[in-house]
Design a protein around this ligand. Structure first.
Ligand code: CTP
Ligand code: CA
Length: 226
């Protein structure tokens, strides 16, 4: 039997999604990372596949299962994530959900660093490439570019600044300040920030955020050029 072509509003479209944290090694047993379960990014990748898209999910280290119907590329560091995203292009849309570590150490130690008389080691940190900004302002920019912004203060102002700085069409802003407790959970309260304004969504499950975001992608994606 020939494989049946995917049906759904995103049939024939390719979407790249980043998800999870990145790990930046310090030595063979230690790393720098961000808090991220990958739940929101994986839910978005799965919902895109359900809408008929061909999905490439570039995921940092997570313990949750792969979403159904999605091609998964596993990476560890921010630089590996950027390379995997660039290798996956071209795409009609890209959704950058990963909590990328902003800094790495240069040249991880080959051997485990031992405690010793010298006291704690100092780590020199170097800034990682900004994957969203590289793609959002680059020559192979997908027609629709969506980022996330996890903020602990000035949510909408910070998200608006990221929209412009990173060349995104839409920033999904979420408040991760103490008390909201969304990181690692199954629910999310987000606001969509675009040039048209701010659309605040109610508290939803991450699966429901994913479904609504896919509807937004369907609405905003320019028609296919023949
Ligand atoms: N992002 C990325 N590559 C990075 C850092 C962030 O692709 N090196 C993406 C994230 O996946 C997210 C968006 O950029 O979609 C915003 O990430 P965030 O950490 O909120 O923004 P930063 O620019 O790193 O600013 P800061 O952490 O200082 O708030
Ligand atoms: Ca950051």
């Amino acid at each position: 039997l020939a494989p049946t072509a995917a049906a759904g509003p995103l049939a024939g479209r390719h979407v790249v999604v980043t998800s999870g944290p990145t790990h930046e090694p310090i030595d063979p047993v230690r790393y720098i990372a961000n808090r991220s379960s990958g739940r929101q990014g994986h839910a978005i990748a799965g919902a895109l596949a359900e809408a008929g898209a061909r999905v490439t999910l570039v995921s940092g280290p997570v313990v949750i299962p792969d979403p159904a119907g999605v091609a998964v590329v596993r990476v560890e560091t921010a630089r590996e994530m950027l390379a995997a995203v660039e290798a996956a292009l071209p795409a009609d849309a890209a959704v950058f959900v990963a909590a990328v570590a902003d800094w790495r150490t240069e040249g991880a130690a080959v051997e485990k660093i031992k405690k010793g008389a010298g006291g704690p080691p100092s780590l020199a940190l170097f800034e990682n490439p900004d994957i969203l900004r590289t793609v959002g302002t680059g020559p192979r920019r997908p027609a629709l570019v969506i980022g996330f912004a996890a903020e602990t203060q000035d949510l909408l102002a910070n998200a608006g600044a990221k929209l412009a700085r990173k060349g995104a069409d839409l920033i999904v802003a979420n408040d991760v300040s103490a008390g909201t407790g969304v990181m690692g959970g199954t629910r999310n309260t987000v606001a969509l920030v675009s040039r048209e304004g701010v659309d605040a969504w109610p508290d939803l499950s991450k699966d429901e955020v994913a479904r609504r975001l896919v509807a937004e992608i369907v609405r905003r994606l320019p028609p296919e050029t023949p």
